[in-house]
Ligand binder design. Structure first.
Ligand SMILES: [Zn+2]
Length: 248
């Protein structure tokens, strides 16, 4: 079986997403890139019935290489990420807090420093029909050089160097969105983190933890959005984050 490990990872990640309530039914989709091939969830199949053999393998232009079923309708979105960023894995969910927050903001409010784990800012792409190339374009615009964004009136997308990292980010994103929703609902003027505070948080994550404590992985989200960058020099990283600040 082509890309056996990658296809097994896709199945494992989908089942975990159901257990963690990040997706329901057949919603959401997951992919991983290996070389110039992509293993991606098929369309409309309950994750309980998903096996590695049913995970499709496609080329970067979408051509099926080994795919017994039709691919997810969001394949254009996954392929756009792989052809336009350095990401090696994509997790797309319809998690409740992310979907809800995407209806009321254009950017996830900087309510918590965990946003630094996602690249610092999480923008909301405007609503576009699911499965459309317009949605893929809107996603790439909102993602920029970071590793997460929301899709307006739809859900969330996270990327990573591998599926473990992309999935972990989906969990952090959902948690931050849940906090943000409560803050928005509180009806009081929030004290949001400044760009400088976010930069400091990013710097402080360097060398932090060993996946212990609150579960943070060693390392920090790279300024280029390509993933955890464990050995980046603080000075260099601060410079890159400052550039992000100017984008704001
Ligand atoms: Zn979707």
């Amino acid at each position: 079986m082509l890309l056996a490990d990658a296809r097994r990872q896709v199945v494992k990640t989908c089942r975990r997403a159901v257990e963690d309530r990040l997706v329901i039914g057949t919603a959401g989709n997951v992919s991983v890139r290996v070389g110039d091939l992509v293993a991606v969830t098929p369309s409309g199949l309950d994750y309980g019935d998903l096996t590695p053999e049913l995970v499709g393998v496609h080329e970067l232009d979408g051509t099926a290489v080994e795919a017994p079923l039709k691919p997810t309708s969001e394949l254009p979105m996954h392929l756009a990420v792989y052809t336009q960023t350095d990401a090696k894995a994509v997790v797309h969910t319809h998690s409740i807090a992310a979907a809800a927050l995407s209806v009321v903001v254009d950017e996830v409010p900087a309510v918590h420093y965990y946003l630094a784990l996602l690249g610092g800012r999480v923008l909301v792409a405007p609503y576009r029909p699911f499965g459309s190339s317009e949605l893929a374009i809107a996603l790439i615009d909102a993602l920029g050089d970071r590793s997460a964004c929301l899709l307006g009136n739809h859900g969330a997308v996270t990327t990573g160097d591998d599926l473990t990292q992309a999935y972990q980010r989906a969990g952090y994103l959902e948690w931050v969105c849940e906090v943000a929703l409560k803050v928005v609902g509180a009806g009081r003027e929030p004290r949001l983190l400044t760009d400088q505070q976010m930069t400091e948080a990013t710097r402080n994550f360097i060398g932090y933890g060993q996946s212990a404590g609150d579960g943070l992985q060693l390392g920090v989200v790279g300024g280029d959005g390509s993933g955890l960058t464990p050995l980046l020099e603080p000075q260099e990283h601060a410079g890159r984050q400052a550039e992000h600040g100017r984008d704001a």
